[in-house]
Design a protein. Sequence first.
Length: 185
Amino acid sequence: MAELLMQVSATGLRVLVGESKMATHRRPPTWSEMFGVVGHLREVYALALLDLPAADNTPTWRALGWATVPVLVARASVDSLQHTMRLLAHLRAVGLTEVADGAVVVVMATSHTTAREVRAIEQLARQAAGHLVRVPYDPVLARPDPVDPRSVSKLTRSALIDIAAAVIDRCPVDLGQSSGSPPSS
């Protein structure tokens, strides 16, 4: 049934959009509805990638708690990297050490040059996370449109492959067995 609602991206991934045409009679799914859908999808698919909002609300923390491999995206700025490191520290402080240790931090360059302070904090973040991948500045990624990986630079494609490899390396050996459903709220 979910297959009928999915779109296929340029990368071949099946994408299930929460709500693309909001109106007074159409709304995005609630958190409990989303967790229900993800729970059912986990029974069918070995791997699901969720695009979640910032980790400043309870449902996002719940999703992080049952995530196998959280991918935390940060801009290549001092503030953003410090925020990501605080998030990793908070995850450890609330007993989610395995989640923090398995996290893949993605640092998105926002310009062609990177300040020395950013590179220094990036080294600290590399030690705090399970894995860190730097994505070089690419004007194609600055556009709000869906990204066709063939349109980005070779360095960017290589970084995207590194991210995918880091996620797969941290997944359970037998992707055919689901690790259970997310908690319902």
